[in-house]
Write a protein that binds this ligand. Structure first.
Ligand SMILES: C[S@@+](CC[C@H](N)C(=O)[O-])C[C@H]1O[C@@H](n2cnc3c(N)ncnc32)[C@H](O)[C@@H]1O
Length: 368
């Protein structure tokens, strides 16, 4: 029998009891009830695919801010790995509900805890630490990068998108130690600022943070990063921090290695956000109920994995050249035919990444 005020939802092959008035879309609000957001199902599907590709038997896997247990229980139920799964939330009602949800899925071996995540991380280390907070992850990043085992993964969500997009640059500076800026590619600089922050936080502990799968979708940023011991590796990661410059007159965007008067946003991560190797493994392990969206993103991420930083929007070029925009695929093909790198991007349905200098790009755009 379902307790009053709860309803059953199914994600993947996992059944979950969640509050009746659960959030259907957007970042949601703190209601005092146990939190559940249906729109984040896609993000949890991606977590399951990530877990299938990366987790090993015997790993210690932590869903640190677990609420109903949706993500952690799906990882325990759907990755097929015999690991030590730990679900934690400091809200007692959440801990009670996740225990009930664990039993309903015959996952009684899952450990349910009710602690402040920072206190838990001061006591135990894990191979995978999931941090999915309300808003900014800032409170938990240091504890997570410090208490992740060598070569383990930290997975972080940030829904404080407005500071990172450049709407509130001073908030970004306070929280992430980096200036954000509005631009047509602000979703990408926002994500890169967040990754850059993770890199700097890990480096404080002589650890390198290596991005595996970092993306933006809906109302949030999500970063899966590998944490590796070593001061030299940490230094190498720090060397990949830089700044973004946007020349509104020419539409040129560039990555600056050093801080200068031209820097509009940063410091931020300037290296790859996506690992092609990981994506191959994830694609090989797919098989999900909601796979249409996953498939779309996997294809886009795979295309984008080796693309240069800072994307363009076709609309920007159309406005500048007063030519109507060509089909995205046709423009990508034309750039590649002309000897440049080019790919679509998951950041924007009309977005494109290329290493073509802006002059060549504008010319090819008009010809396309
Ligand atoms: C956005 S919800 C997590 C959603 C969940 N991961 C999911 O996929 O459905 C954030 C949760 O973090 C919990 N929380 C907030 N601060 C915490 C802390 N310091 N330690 C442990 N849990 C905390 C809240 O009670 C809330 O349930």
């Amino acid at each position: 029998m379902i307790s009053s005020g709860l309803v059953k939802v199914i994600e993947g092959t996992t059944e979950l009891l969640v509050p009746e008035a659960f959030c259907k879309k957007g970042p949601g609000t703190r209601t005092g009830e146990v939190f559940y957001n249906k729109q984040m199902e896609f993000g949890r599907d991606v977590s399951v695919m990530f877990g299938r590709a990366v987790f090993k038997d015997g790993d210690k896997i932590l869903d640190g801010l677990a609420a109903s247990g949706a993500r952690g229980l799906r990882l325990a139920n759907e990755t097929g790995v015999r690991a030590d799964f730990v679900l934690n939330d400091r809200n007692l009602s959440a801990a009670v509900l996740m225990k009930e949800n664990a039993s309903a899925n015959s996952l009684d071996h899952v450990r349910v805890m009710c602690k402040d995540l920072r206190a838990l991380l001061a006591e135990e280390q894990f191979d995978y630490i999931d941090v999915d907070p309300f808003g900014t992850p800032i409170d938990f990043v240091n504890a997570a990068v410090q208490n992740c085992r060598n070569k383990g993964t930290v997975a972080i969500t940030a829904t404080d998108t407005a500071p990172l997009y450049g709407t509130y640059p001073r908030t970004s500076l306070r929280r992430y130690g980096a200036l954000s800026a509005r631009s047509p590619f602000a979703h990408e600089t926002g994500l890169r600022i967040l990754v850059g922050f993770l890199v700097r936080e890990a480096a404080r502990h002589d650890r390198a943070c290596e991005p595996l799968l970092c993306y933006h979708t809906d109302h949030y940023f999500r970063c899966y990063v590998r944490i590796v011991n070593g001061a030299a590796r940490a230094d190498a990661a720090i060397k990949k921090l830089g700044f973004a410059h946007f020349d509104k007159a020419s539409l040129e965007r560039s990555v600056l290695v050093e801080r200068s008067d031209k820097a509009d946003a940063g410091p931020m991560w300037t290296g790859p956000l996506l690992s092609g190797e990981l994506l191959e493994d994830m694609i090989a392990s797919k098989d999900l109920g909601t796979s249409v969206r996953c498939e779309k993103y996997m294809t886009l991420w795979n295309e984008e994995a080796s693309a240069p930083a800072l994307f363009y929007k076709l609309d920007e070029l159309a406005k500048r050249t007063k030519h109507s925009p060509p089909k995205l695929q046709a423009m990508v093909a034309k750039l590649i035919e002309s000897g440049f790198k080019a790919s679509r991007t998951h950041f924007d349905p009309k977005g494109l990444k290329t290493d073509a200098p802006i002059g060549d790009f504008l010319q090819l755009f008009k010809e396309c």
